[in-house]
Design a protein around this ligand. Structure first.
Ligand code: SAM
Ligand code: SF4
Length: 337
């Protein structure tokens, strides 16, 4: 008789049901809080092939992962990525996977939305910090707002539920808080704000200057709307409120003001097969070596279990002493946001 393997449970009794996979470190944008303008990307040989990504993700699904989020870099610039989405849809069909989703900058959505929907994707997170074309060009360095808006329209037309993710940036999109909320309400998109995290080398960019605590954003929102707390969770780290006036749901991802680690059910896989058990810690496990060492998945599964047994209690990001503590040296595009 074939017995299902025991599920992945970490030392703090958190069952790991959510895998985020960065399928490329490359991107067609250069958002200032995410990448330097001149990035050196990994040589192709370092990357997991699409077949290897399939084997790895399938191993996690076999071990109980029910939610798979594809990210990057920009996932839709990875060559052949649709093949990968189509391959993963077999796990949706079998019922092992409950959700297959992605986080994207939206630039390629006009091209891919219909095929993603056909592969079983139901929801997509699109990152959009501003509705002003000039500011958009400034924050993404290389992005064009009309292309992203067209992508979002294509996603909606294909039946995908769009959630907008906006990084809250002091002095940048503070003045657009209500415009963003109203636009999302009119278009029927959920909206989540994210606190900027101290990732990557700071260079000329001072994250402390950009940091706009969501407590403050929330208080400003409350000057115009009635915010009702909701217990809803979507399996991610966001907390939600509903605006009584519009009925719309607004999320807050607050790694800095409210630590959400105690309920963390996630691990992150990079495009080279490194498994990060926590976004905010340096510890990782190399899964590429056991993957390539044998065509059989026994070594790989053992490596996954050993890694989960090392998942730390939480991260150590802290801006509270007016300096950036707990910073990790990786760029967000490396671990996959
Ligand atoms: N390229 C895709 C995108 O932009 O949605 C997926 C990868 S991107 C790294 C994922 C998310 O991380 C985006 O919403 C982005 O705004 C966010 N992000 C990047 N750097 C960040 C930082 N330093 N602090 C907080 N969020 C960040
Ligand atoms: Fe690219 Fe996304 Fe990073 Fe912006 S946030 S540079 S779109 S990976």
């Amino acid at each position: 008789m074939h017995l299902a393997p025991p599920p992945l449970v970490d030392p703090f009794a958190r069952a790991i049901g959510y895998l985020r996979v960065s399928v490329t470190d490359r991107c067609d944008f250069r958002c200032v809080y995410c990448m330097a303008e001149n990035m050196t990307f990994l040589p192709k040989a370092e990357l997991l092939t699409l077949e290897e990504l399939d084997r790895l993700c399938s191993a996690f699904v076999r071990l109980g992962v029910q939610k798979l989020r594809i990210t990057g870099g920009e996932p839709l610039v990875r060559k052949g990525i649709l093949t990968f989405f189509r391959a993963m849809s077999r796990h949706l069909a079998s019922g092992a996977l409950r959700e297959l989703t992605l986080t994207t900058n939206g630039s390629q959505l006009a091209r891919f939305a219909a095929d993603l929907a056909a592969a079983g994707v139901r929801r997509v997170n699109v990152s959009l910090d501003t509705l002003d074309a000039a500011k958009f060009a400034r924050i993404t360095r290389w992005g064009r707002l009309p292309q992203v808006l067209e992508g979002i329209r294509a996603a909606t037309a294909a039946g995908l539920k769009v959630k907008i993710n906006a990084v809250a940036l002091r002095g940048f999109n503070e003045d657009e808080l209500f415009a963003l909320v109203e636009w999302c309400a009119a278009e029927g998109h959920d909206l989540t704000f994210i606190e900027v995290m101290p990732m990557g080398d700071m260079g000329n960019e001072d994250r402390l200057d950009q940091y706009w605590p969501l407590d403050d954003l929330r208080a400003r929102l409350a000057t115009r709307y009635t915010l009702n707390d909701t217990p809803e969770r979507t399996g991610g780290p966001a907390r939600y409120v509903r605006l009584a006036e519009t009925g719309q749901r607004i999320g807050f991802i607050t790694p800095l003001t409210h630590n959400f680690c105690e309920s963390c059910n996630r691990v992150r896989l990079t495009c080279t097969g490194e498994l990060y058990m926590c976004l905010g810690q340096e510890d990782m496990a190399d899964l590429r070596a056991p993957l390539r060492a044998s065509g059989d998945d026994a070594l790989l599964e053992a490596a996954i279990r050993a890694a989960i047994a090392r998942k730390p209690r939480g991260h150590d990001f802290d801006y509270s002493r007016q300096s950036v503590a707990g910073q990790v040296s990786r760029h967000m595009s490396h671990t996959g946001g």
